[in-house]
Design a protein around this ligand. Structure first.
Ligand code: NIG
Ligand code: FE
Length: 426
């Protein structure tokens, strides 16, 4: 069992997840893995996104053209003009392609069993999404063995890695009993440090007649069992799930146990979630689809990130969140997949980038920043989501000359190389 975390988790550049993250495990279709004790130069990079505005063109992307990057062990040691690169042990020719930080997917629900093909089919025939299908996944998840749940998780992590995701957060929320929530988190914690306790996903079907008793369980015995495995606590604050008072009770109980809040807020309707996120200094308010001017203003004057999840609007055929409105107000925006079998069954951050550019008013630069540095902010990390000295060498090589191609060439598998902690995985 891992120790409980500090109340306000600060970025921890010394945390080494590599040994417990399936993303660092060899995949059957990846090239040979080499230990990264030596230094490696990646050169002939047409466009290098560093997300360090002190580098390159001085934009938020810190874009360096004709660039090179040096990996030393698990970290970036140097970035700059390729003609000035220092000597290294190994050399990789990027062939005039683009390199960017590995995607930071700060919102997923990957500990589950079963799928909901029929529900998706019905939605695409006109039925509305109500989140009631969560119960279907709860039943399938409870019936699954630990081995089945972990194999499913690893399958989707590998899928995400092949599409450039090098850091991910994932949640419980499909168990809704003390034992099933704790085992979901125990399994997740073997693969990432960014683990979120979401016992308050919906009121458990076992307590349908007594929601108050379920909130007491989530904030009591279930929290005790789950806190040792989690860094974050989340609640689905929505009509039909948990109201503002219940959500506050859940998040403050979690905070008292050393977990830090994040919230499913304002997804299906207007509500108190975003204001609560700001009030409690949540790292992130996720979805943010239905926002008042006051909600936008509150986010703009806080350090709470608005995490937008366009896969959910795509897969529920719902109105898009207005990224432009948030960005123009000065809100920090992250982009993530929300990968889950109900509302958003995609593990592809590039797909989300393309949607955000086409339909949510983001420029390609903004969307790429949000899917990398924005995700890192939503996890209060500064060791990932950037490629400047000291950061983890988590990076993506695109088969394209520019990161803009992620939106310009939607649906095309452009990710051709992925390094994680300095080791080539794809
Ligand atoms: O983020 N909104 C609540 N939870 C998920 C959906 C889960 C499901 O439908 O299974 C979400 O979209
Ligand atoms: Fe979600």
């Amino acid at each position: 069992m891992r120790p409980a975390r500090a109340p306000d988790p600060d970025p921890d550049p010394t945390a080494d997840q590599a040994t417990k993250d399936a993303m660092s495990s060899p995949t059957t279709d990846s090239p040979a893995h080499s230990a990264s004790t030596a230094s490696t130069l990646i050169t002939n990079i047409a466009a290098l996104v560093t997300n360090d505005p002190s580098l390159g063109d001085g934009s938020p992307l810190g874009l360096i053209r004709d660039a090179a990057l040096v990996i030393d062990g698990p970290r970036v040691a140097w970035t700059g003009d390729r003609s000035k690169a220092p000597a290294t042990d190994n050399r990789v020719d990027a062939g005039g392609r683009a390199v960017l930080p590995g995607f930071v997917d700060s919102h997923s629900h990957l500990v589950f069993a079963g799928d909901r093909t029929e529900e998706f089919n019905a939605r695409m025939s006109g039925r509305a999404y109500t989140a009631g299908g969560i119960r279907t996944t709860v039943a399938a998840t409870r019936a699954a063995t630990d081995e089945e749940l972990e194999a499913n998780l690893v399958r989707y992590l590998r899928e995400a890695l092949r599409q450039g995701t090098t850091t991910f957060e994932t949640k419980s929320g499909y168990g809704l009993t003390v034992e099933d929530e704790a085992r979901a988190l125990r399994i997740a914690a073997r693969h990432t440090d960014e683990v979120t306790y979401l016992g308050a996903h919906i009121v458990s079907p076992d307590h349908a007649e007594d929601p108050a008793a379920y909130v007491a369980l989530v904030t009591g015995e279930m929290l005790d069992a789950c806190a040792p495995y989690a860094r974050w606590i989340d609640v689905f604050c929505e009509k039909g799930a948990f109201d503002g008072d219940q959500a506050r009770a859940v998040l403050t109980a979690g905070r008292a146990r050393g977990l830090h809040p994040r919230i499913h807020a304002n997804q299906l309707s207007y509500g108190p979630g975003v204001q609560l996120a700001v009030e409690l200094d949540a790292a992130s308010a996720d979805h943010c689809t239905h926002l008042t001017d006051a909600d936008v203003d509150a986010l703009a004057h806080s350090r709470t990130v608005a995490t937008l999840l366009p896969g959910a609007e795509f897969s529920t055929r719902a109105a898009w969140p207005d990224a432009r409105r948030l960005l123009d107000a000065g809100v920090t925006v992250a982009l993530s997949t929300d990968c889950n079998p109900g509302s958003s069954f995609t593990s592809s951050v590039p797909f989300c980038v393309a949607l955000a550019v086409r339909d949510m008013g983001m420029t390609p630069d903004e969307a790429v920043w949000s899917a990398t540095a924005g995700g890192a902010r939503a996890l209060r990390r500064d060791d990932v989501g950037r490629l400047s000295p000291g950061a983890y060498a988590d990076l993506v090589l695109l088969d394209a000359p520019s990161h803009v191609h992620l939106a310009y060439r939607p649906g095309v598998p452009l990710v051709t190389g992925v390094w994680r902690r300095g080791v080539r995985e794809v």
